[in-house]
Design a binder for this molecule. Structure first.
Ligand code: ATP
Ligand code: PRP
Ligand code: NIO
Length: 479
């Protein structure tokens, strides 16, 4: 997409630290950073990775313009040679990421960056904002789609999104998570997400009465006609008028009506009554669409109550992830190269959950070959191999006596190289393939991990070697 130059979209401290590294001779020191998150939104059992394509586009386009250099110079804190260096800034790091659409879990690297510390540190802000945003919305979308239990979900959120990029990339992420389409037209023209929709209440209000409004729409779109039936009274006027117009303007021309939409009131009661009326009129194939501040909890509730809804339109609570609007992905230094050797780094915390996993790592997923289900993820040293042909012993990194030996498994490396010394070496799959991959991978999770209430904790374990490294650093740095 054509975008403004986002190079300066970085936290100011990235620049002051960069200038400091430059002055202290650390400019080319090789650092390793991991992005990971600590808590799954909505206390769910997993999240969905998204946003890698936009991150790649950003990294490819990093370029300081003359006006940026002028601005930084005006701050009177940056070394002139550092500004000269920024003028010729060229990203030369290696980057690995978990592919979009993959279920991801707390505390595992979902993205790893290796390269000169100034460069690797500088991109932190955009790495986090891009992956945090899209992963949040893809995760929410997947929850909503799962609650709809096979019924289609359309994303209606643009008008309530937090900013235009929240709408555009939110539509992209919602599609990855499982929505069938979007009301966001640019989402279709740019990314090929099917643009879909019905009509607004204003359409009905523009005509002298409801039936005239329905007639006009049906005449214009006889083969794709979904009528909004709740402007005045769903059961006394909306549905009877829709049935009349379906017969007069649609069936008479050899078409079938597509649907009705209910956007207020008790969706269970209204949809059940509307279904009866449509069926009695011979429109058993006419779909019922429901909308109005829906989310996974309301959808699950109304389906449990026996609502007769075929499609859901979901806007504000999806596009803003209203119930939990922060995907707390963080970016932490995990190692540096010192005299040609890898030196792992750790960040301690009073809070055990905030202690980082040190070292240059790979994230593996083990799948049971018999069931096809994911067993656990394991963090190993980057070059360590998990041999599928030998039994592998998993252990809980906190309660190390809890052990399980797995056999007959497939071990897959999740972190995939996307940049090699600054060159992009990864071609993003097309969006539909990412969406299909997401569905396929979510299906590898046990139902216990997928449930909304108290889901089973999916294990993210450490290899013996990473565990020992962490223990050693904990002892070394504990005071
Ligand atoms: N059967 C139901 N069970 C649970 N929640 C429901 C049900 N039907 C609708 N809701 C939800 O209740 C919330 C409020 O709906 P309500 O009908 O009270 O307000 P409204 O439709 O916005 O009001 P208005 O009729 O003035 O437009 C919405 O989030 C809606 O999705
Ligand atoms: O409730 P959401 O999940 O965000 O779904 C999108 C909402 O946007 C529209 O309402 P709006 O009042 O903006 O326009 P309208 O006059 O067409 O109903 C639509 O009718 C939905 O109610
Ligand atoms: O097409 C629709 O029905 C629609 C689009 C945006 C918001 N609400 C509804």
């Amino acid at each position: 997409m054509n975008k403004m130059n986002l190079t300066m979209l970085t936290d100011f401290y990235e620049l002051t630290m960069a200038n400091g590294y430059f002055e202290n001779g650390l400019k080319d020191k090789c650092a390793y950073f991991d992005m990971f998150f600590r808590k799954i939104p909505d206390n769910g059992g997993f999240a969905i990775m998204a946003g890698v394509q936009q991150l790649i586009e950003y990294i490819k386009s990093i370029r300081f313009e003359e006006k940026d250099i002028e601005y930084l110079r005006s701050k009177n804190i940056f070394n002139e040679q550092f500004l000269e260096y920024l003028k010729n800034f060229k990203f030369s790091c290696d980057v690995w990421a978990i592919p979009e659409g993959t279920p991801i879990f707390p505390n595992e690297p979902i993205l790893t960056i290796r390269g000169p510390v100034i460069e690797a540190q500088f991109i932190e802000t955009m790495v986090l904002l891009t992956i945090n945003h899209q992963s949040l919305i893809a995760t929410k979308s997947n929850r909503i789609v799962r609650a709809a239990a096979g019924r289609e979900v359309m994303e209606f959120g643009s008008r309530r999104a937090q900013g235009y990029d929240g709408a555009i990339y939110g539509a992209r992420a919602a599609y990855i998570g499982g929505c069938v389409g979007t009301a966001c037209t640019i989402g279709d023209s740019e990314f090929g997400i099917p643009a879909i929709g019905t009509m607004a209440h204003s359409w009905i209000q523009m005509f002298p009465n409801e039936i005239e409004a329905f007639r006009a729409y049906a005449r214009t779109y006889p083969d794709n006609c979904t009528l909004l039936v709740d402007t005045y009274n769903v059961l006394k006027s909306g549905v009877p008028n829709a049935i009349k117009v379906f017969n007069e303007e649609i069936v008479s021309k050899g078409f079938r009506p597509k649907g009705i939409r209910i956007d207020s009131g008790d969706i269970t009661y209204l949809s059940r009554e509307a279904r009866k009326m449509l069926d009695e009129a011979g429109f058993t194939d006419c779909k019922i669409v429901a909308s109005n501040s829906l989310d996974e909890y309301i959808i699950r509730d109304i389906l449990t109550q026996g609502a007769q809804v075929d499609l859901f339109g979901v806007g504000e609570r999806l596009i803003t992830s209203k119930s939990e609007p922060v995907f707390g992905g963080v970016y932490k230094l995990v190692a540096v190269n010192e005299n040609g050797k890898l030196l792992p780094k750790i960040k301690l915390s009073e809070n055990v959950g905030k202690i980082t996993n040190p070292g240059f790592k790979q994230t593996w997923r083990l799948y049971d070959k018999a069931s096809g289900k994911a067993i656990a993820d394991v963090l190993t040293e980057f070059d360590e191999i998990i041999d599928e042909n030998k039994p592998y012993e998993l252990f809980d990194p906190e309660y190390t006596w809890k052990r399980k030996t797995v056999t007959n498994f497939e071990a897959k490396k999740l972190l995939t190289r996307i940049f090699d010394k600054g060159e992009c070496v990864y071609e993003s799959p097309n969006l539909k393939d990412i969406k299909d991959y997401c569905k396929e991978q979510v299906d590898t999770l046990w139902d216990e991990v997928k449930r909304f209430e108290n889901p089973h904790k999916y294990y993210v374990d450490l290899s013996v070697s990473i565990w020992q490294m962490k223990e050693r650093l904990l002892k070394e740095f504990s005071v």
